[in-house]
Design a protein around this ligand. Structure first.
Ligand SMILES: Cc1cc2nc3c(=O)[nH]c(=O)nc-3n(C[C@H](O)[C@H](O)[C@H](O)COP(=O)(O)OP(=O)(O)OC[C@H]3O[C@@H](n4cnc5c(N)ncnc54)[C@H](O)[C@@H]3O)c2cc1C
Length: 570
């Protein structure tokens, strides 16, 4: 049934998806190669004058008006809130908006083009029903891939998980609308041709395939209504559990519906189920491989001033991570089976020397070193898992406890800053966890002559100086690095100091100020003194990210500048 339409729709849907992937890949490849070339050419070059200013107006305009532009005036990451607790979501960027409109347009075209609208009503309804059903099924493949933690497109196209998640949500809405249109077209046809609602009701009661289709449709509708930001953010764990149950119900009933009614598009459903199962299986394998060996991974959780904890997980196997990556943390004693994403703020690999029979050995072969890799997180207390974790740490002796923990990851991509002459890293509060590994990498790279970076400025906005404690041990290591003073400047802004005595600048390269920074003035100073291309990265609250985005856009023609944003939400 509908084989000809299926062939056309599936062929062009695949061509469109492959086309978008190929174009994005080509764009990212050019960007990557340009960065590599810049890195090589700038290695021994102090001012990097050639790379400092844009060579034409076209790219800065495209960046300012499309790639970095919020949908309207300024708002992108700052959430719309009904109250302090009720968050109703964010707006996509202009580029994301254009992509989503194009995606919707392509779907409407597939579902409507070349239908003979002058044909008999039953024929038109049947055609619409088939196309909607086919497109809903085909779209489920990207829908599932984009929601997976192991989405291969994250690494291939270097696009972050939260962007894919945004597309996943909109694609999901399109799929549900298509499934609804499929069901409605069928129902209208049945009512009009077979004797009204009673006949439709009787068919559904007697046909197992239709019953299954009906349940799948209801699952789709419930998914649509339980997924908005307001529920996701307020009850994330409940949302996730219900979402997975509904998705499993939808897939299984759809399976029977399509198989029993002999639809030719069953293979697309099989592919979707396989992709979903593969993501789940890879996650399980990752968790076991990373955390289980002769010993299991364990975490030490330490309560810190300023409503935060430092969690250090000791892993049984060596592991590597890159700046900007995160891992999902499972602490069964606190959150049972749930997992939460946290940015890896620091990772070390300590070599422990062991001796055979625990005695000092005279024979070299009896001595072996054992690597003990650790990864550390700073976790700010919110209201669920993080709150329980904090309370448990605070009530433990020495405000410290040790427990079994599993880390799944690392996930996410590193936006390499190695090829930028100047890097301005802006963090708000716990957003510092994203910036610390980049600072370490750039300062070490400067010392070793492996990066183009000549100037790194960290701007960290905190409410109180006690938040400095969060990263003190790691910052001490970074500040002790050779040549650090030549390259790294730290500006700390304390927004709620208890007294002015708290605001003390330890040195000319580590300065402390009261209040919030003026991002525009800071960027002007950096542009004035920059070397080569400038990277501005931000990780913090939505409003901080939007301020930085607006300030960078205003200066996109003044310097060769790139803007990179990391958000701790989706
Ligand atoms: C890529 C990434 C990196 C992050 N890095 C850090 C970090 O380094 N330090 C830090 O303190 N926080 C970080 N976060 C935020 C952190 O994951 C949430 O604060 C934490 O999951 C909240 O847990 P909770 O149960 O206390 O949340 P709640 O108080 O119940 O909710 C607070 C917010 O967290 C969201 N949230 C809750 N559970 C999850 C979950 N399992 N997955 C995703 N979001 C969830 C909710 O939607 C809500 O918006 C990061 C988030 C992401 C997406």
């Amino acid at each position: 049934m509908g084989v000809a339409i299926l062939t056309v729709c599936s062929k062009w849907a695949m061509v469109s998806i492959a086309g978008v992937i190929a174009l994005t890949f080509a764009w990212k490849l050019v960007y990557h190669l340009q960065a590599k070339l810049r890195l090589l050419l700038c290695l021994g070059n102090e001012r990097q004058q050639y790379w400092a200013t844009p060579k034409s107006d076209i790219f800065p305009t495209v960046k300012r008006e499309i790639l970095w532009a919020p949908m309207f005036a300024k708002r992108h990451n700052r959430e719309f809130k009904l109250s302090r607790a009720i968050n109703v979501g964010t707006l996509p960027t202009r580029f994301q908006g254009l992509f989503l409109i194009a995606f919707l347009g392509v779907n409407i075209a597939f579902c409507t083009l070349s239908i003979d609208w002058s044909a008999k009503r039953t024929v038109v309804l049947k055609e619409v029903r088939n196309r909607m059903g086919i497109m809903a099924t085909i779209n489920m493949m990207p829908l599932f891939v984009l929601a997976g933690r192991n989405n291969p497109l994250i690494g291939l196209l270097r696009i972050s998980f939260d962007t894919y998640n945004l597309i996943h949500r909109w694609l999901g809405r399109i799929v549900v609308l298509e499934a609804l249109a499929h069901g409605i077209a069928y129902s209208i046809n049945k009512v009009e041709t077979s004797g009204g609602l009673a006949a439709l009701g009787k068919t559904i009661r007697t046909s197992y395939s239709l019953q299954m289709g009906f349940i799948a449709l209801m699952a789709f509708v419930v998914i649509l209504f339980h997924s908005p930001s307001i529920f996701r953010h307020a009850f994330y764990e409940t949302f996730l559990t219900v979402h997975i149950i509904l998705v499993a119900l939808m897939l299984s009933t759809l399976w029977f519906h399509l198989n029993l009614s002999g639809q030719a598009w069953v293979p697309y459903l099989k592919a979707t189920i396989a992709l979903w199962a593969a993501d789940r299986a890879i996650r399980l394998i990752r968790i076991f491989y990373r955390n289980v060996s002769t010993k299991m991974s364990r975490a030490t959780v330490e309560a810190l001033a300023g409503d935060a904890v430092r969690v250090t997980v000791t892993m049984p196997r060596p592991w590597k991570f890159q700046p900007g990556q995160h891992a999902y943390l499972y602490i069964p004693t606190i959150g049972l089976w749930t997992s939460h994403p946290f940015t890896v703020a620091w990772s070390e690999c300590k070599e422990v020397i062991k001796f055979d029979n625990k005695e000092l050995s005279l024979h070299r072969q009896d001595i072996f070193t054992k690597e003990k890799p650790t990864m550390s997180f700073i976790i700010r207390r919110r209201t669920g898992f993080t709150d329980t974790l904090y309370k448990k740490a605070v009530s433990s002796p020495d405000k410290l406890f040790s427990t079994v923990a599993f880390a799944e990851g690392p996930y996410g991509t590193c936006h390499s800053l190695d090829s930028y002459g100047t890097a301005v890293l802006i963090a708000g509060g716990v957003g510092i966890t994203h910036q610390v590994p980049y600072i370490q990498r750039l300062v070490e790279g400067y010392r070793d002559g492996t990066v183009a970076t000549r100037r790194v400025t960290l701007v960290w906005i905190i409410q109180s100086p006690e938040h400095l404690e969060w990263i003190r041990p790691w910052m001490t290591s970074i500040l002790a690095l050779e040549k650090r003073r030549d390259v790294l400047k730290i500006m700390l802004f304390v927004t709620k100091p208890k007294s002015t005595k708290e605001i003390r600048s330890p040195s000319s390269t580590v300065q402390m100020f009261p209040g919030k920074p003026n991002i525009g003035t800071l960027l002007d100073m950096e542009i004035e003194n920059k070397a080569g291309t400038l990277a501005v990265t931000v990780c913090g609250s939505g409003s901080l990210s939007d301020d930085v985005r607006a300030a960078v856009r205003l200066r996109s023609h003044k310097a060769n500048i790139d803007f990179i944003e990391e958000a701790f939400s989706w």
